[in-house]
Design a protein around this ligand. Structure first.
Ligand SMILES: [Zn+2]
Length: 572
């Protein structure tokens, strides 16, 4: 196998952070992985780099300033006050405000950004950051043990240089935070292979395919318990081959979540270390610049075994790796066999048992075929300009990188404020609104939230009653798999009229094109104010119809059966 230049990003401090006693996410697994990589003598075969820690400004390229500032200041002591008693940012037990959580995030995110920079500068072929891969983090919210979405930051960095980036996710859980961020763009294709069905985060069906320009560029492969190496490869390889064909990515980001391994504490697949690593080998063979990231993985010694072995795969030296473990710190953890392997167990493969795997595979391939033949909007493969992100976003003159960052940050802030002041009721009610799209799949499309039904008391409403609302959402916990309610009183207004209605707010991120940022936003801003004012005065049915028209005209309307309020995409 031909040689590849590999950069390996590691900060020795990362293993020292703790989510708290009894929490299944153990940052120590990165240190154990590193010890194994070192003991196998791999460090002198690659560039080993301690990455610069990610600054708050760099985090704000994807996250809101407010959320980043919150993470900088939160401590176990202040968490209650800063989260408004658990209603914002950190909710439930999945994401505790542990000591130095911000520093931990800055190491993880700093690694993925640096990994992307190395790839983009063509100085290496493969970058590795096992501290990254935290795919559940949202624009302004922690989720599923993830606080800062290092993957999105890394992909944004790649998009400064590359026209198309493919993101692949083999974690047992759906890669929802990455899919959501790039749901409306055709410059990033996301492909997630995950357990689906009463399992965190509850999203990722085959009907979830992206929206607008991004339609067809989100691919989901929902799987059942117990999938084995053979079954997994029988779907992974043809699907990825087809994507490589159709999408022709200029770079690949592979999230190697290790909770898809057999015997994981929270996962339910049956992959061996070799089966998991086959995905890395397969991607390496594609000869496209690639970033390998970590992710989930809760049986620490198996995570360490697999990521160490996958480091060897990146280097192309896996054949020379002794299956008997070398001496190292933590050696005693690996008894009684002290071997580098994760064997399968005897669980039944539910994917093969009922033939669902074949159905899922043929649907996925058919969806990709549709993308290839232009049923879905297609990118012009021959004609994609190799432009920088700034150029793509319409900043024609040679702004410095700093200027661009500043402009993007200002823009994010603007959009965030717009949405916050305009926050309306949640999506909850709109299942019953007119919606031709209000199908059960919509229910899942919008992220980990499922709308809770409105309390019965509020349904005895007068027609067109206006009231301030307290938002009720349901969210799943990765720890327990249970849904729980979150309430957040964001001061919005709901108009209740048999079916409830909210003034929709549309997220507009990083919009490309020639139209001036400011002009467009002023127009939108004024229109939002006008509509909100009118609703405050309890309009009659005709007035409502007119206002709905207006919201549609200014592009603020979502289809009401869908939920733009939760789709926090980066529009590229
Ligand atoms: Zn996971």
């Amino acid at each position: 196998m031909s040689k590849r230049k590999v950069a390996y990003f590691y900060d020795n401090d990362v293993g020292a952070y703790s989510y708290g006693l009894g929490h299944p996410m153990k940052p120590l697994r990165m240190r154990v992985t590193h010890e194994l990589v070192m003991a196998y003598g791999m460090l002198d075969k690659m560039h080993v780099i301690r990455p610069k820690r990610c600054s708050p400004e760099a985090m704000a390229r994807f996250h809101t300033d407010e959320y980043v500032q919150f993470l900088q200041t939160v401590t176990p002591e202040t968490v209650d006050k800063l989260t408004h008693h658990g209603t914002r940012f950190l909710v439930g037990e999945d994401n505790p405000a542990f000591d130095s959580v911000f520093e931990f995030c800055s190491i993880s995110a700093g690694g993925s950004i640096a990994a992307a920079e190395r790839i983009a500068s063509s100085s290496v072929d493969i970058s590795i950051n096992w501290a990254g891969g935290l795919h559940h983090a949202k624009k302004r919210e922690a989720s599923g043990f993830c606080y800062i979405n290092d993957i999105n930051l890394g992909i944004l960095e790649l998009l400064r240089t590359y026209p198309r980036v493919l993101y692949i996710d083999i974690d047992c859980h759906h890669g929802d935070g990455v899919e959501e961020a790039f749901y409306t763009t055709d410059r990033v294709m996301t492909a997630s292979f995950h357990k689906f069905g009463e399992y965190f985060p509850g999203t990722g069906t085959q009907e979830d395919r992206g929206r607008g320009k991004g339609k067809g560029y989100s691919l989901n492969v929902p799987l059942k318990d117990g999938i084995t190496d053979e079954a997994f490869q029988s779907i992974f390889e043809p699907v990825i081959s087809k994507i490589m064909d159709v999408f022709q990515p200029s770079a690949v980001v592979l999230q190697c979540g290790a909770d898809s391994l057999a015997g994981d504490k929270l996962g339910c697949f049956n992959l061996t270390m070799h089966g998991h690593a086959k995905c890395v080998q397969f991607i390496r063979q594609q000869n496209v610049p690639c970033i390998l990231l970590g992710g989930g993985g809760y049986t620490v010694k198996n995570v360490a075994r697999t990521w160490a072995y996958e480091t060897a795969c990146a280097l192309g030296i896996e054949k020379d790796i002794d299956p008997n473990l070398p001496w190292m710190d933590y050696f005693e953890w690996f008894g009684p066999r002290y071997r580098l392997e994760v064997p399968e167990n005897n669980m039944e493969d539910m994917n093969v048992k009922d033939g669902s795997l074949d159905r899922i595979r043929s649907t996925a391939l058919q969806q990709l075929q549709e993308l290839a033949t232009g049923c879905a909007p297609s990118i012009q493969l021959q004609d994609v300009p190799r432009e920088t992100l700034s150029k793509h976003l319409g900043f024609e003159n040679q702004q410095s990188k700093d200027d661009l960052d500043r402009t993007l940050a200002q823009h994010s802030r603007y959009v965030y404020n717009l949405q916050d002041s305009d926050t309306t009721t949640d999506e909850s009610d709109n299942e019953s609104w007119d919606s031709d799209e209000s199908t059960s799949s919509n229910h899942w499309r919008r992220g980990p939230y499922r709308s809770s039904s409105i309390p019965d008391s509020s349904i005895t409403r007068k027609p067109f009653e206006l009231r301030a609302t307290q938002i009720a959402k349901k969210r799943m916990s990765l720890l327990t798999g249970q849904y729980f309610d979150i309430l957040s009183n964001e001061g919005g207004f709901a108009l209740l009229s048999g079916a409830s209605f909210c003034i929709p707010s549309r997220r507009r991120f990083f919009r490309s094109g020639e139209e001036g940022w400011d002009d467009e936003f002023n127009i939108v801003d004024e229109a939002v104010e006008r509509v909100r004012d009118a609703f405050r005065h309890q309009p009659g049915p005709e007035e409502i119809a007119r206002l709905l028209d207006e919201t549609r005209r200014i592009g603020l309307d979502a289809d009401y059966g869908d939920d733009d309020d939760e789709v926090m995409s980066v529009e590229l």
